[in-house]
Write a protein that binds this ligand. Sequence first.
Ligand SMILES: Nc1ncnc2c1ncn2[C@@H]1O[C@H](COP(=O)(O)OP(=O)(O)OP(=O)(O)O)[C@@H](O)[C@H]1O
Ligand SMILES: [Mg+2]
Length: 255
Amino acid sequence: MSVPLTQPFLEVRGVKKKYGNVEALRGIDLKAYTGEILAIVGDNGAGKSTIIKTLSGAIAPDSGEIIVAGQKYHKLKPKTALAAGISTVYQDLALVNTLDIADNIFLGREYKTKIFCLDRKRMRQEAKELLGQLKIQIPFLHAEVGDLSGGQRQSVAIARAVHQGGRLLIFDEPTAAMGVKETITILKLIKSLAQQGLGIIVISHNIEQVFQISDRICVMRQGEVVGLVKTDEVHPNDVIAMITGAVDINNRGRE
Ligand SMILES: Nc1ncnc2c1ncn2[C@@H]1O[C@H](COP(=O)(O)OP(=O)(O)OP(=O)(O)O)[C@@H](O)[C@H]1O
Ligand SMILES: [Mg+2]
């Protein structure tokens, strides 16, 4: 695994966010690259979901900057984030259970025929090509999304995100509700997406998984980044120590 030495696709500088008296983010600095998997880890309440929400445009930071593909923003709106190539993949929220896979992938951007009907044939064909290209295997392309397994639904959500132009895909606990087999499939898929040149940010509590898939690990604690390390240069125990506060990577040089 190697970390690409290109310009970051995403750079977060000094992002702060308060909820009343709670300092959810105390000045976050972070870079994410295309072709790379960055894992964000940290205990409950560390601020992981909050930083992701500022990137997806769900919430506005109080201060700081978010730079996407060289463009600077003080806050992102959901549409701006999407247009800039940041796509947050939710397992359930974004999908419509009663529609089939192609309809879900094209949701909100459907192809129409000359007589303003849905061009299902074209959408299904393109959906099939996209799934093939992303190496997503779903046996029943015409199935309603509500009938798919959790892993398959996640895969459809990923395909949708890529179809929307996502270049940096963000996952908040992607395998939390999945069985062993599905988890393996999704982790493989996430890895293959990075190999195909997409940037990936994954939040996970599962340290074993983090070590299986990530190139770099960002450790958050109480609203701060307390460690930023290359995965193949640390031991899982070090990361756990950073999460709990037993060790602070920033102090290690002085030990
Ligand atoms: N809408 C909100 N209103 C008030 N406080 C909030 C809100 N959202 C988050 N917080 C607080 O901000 C802090 C960071 O929360 P966040 O959800 O980002 O943590 P997290 O790292 O994602 O935790 P978890 O692992 O439990 O998902 C917590 O103290 C949380 O209680
Ligand atoms: Mg969270």
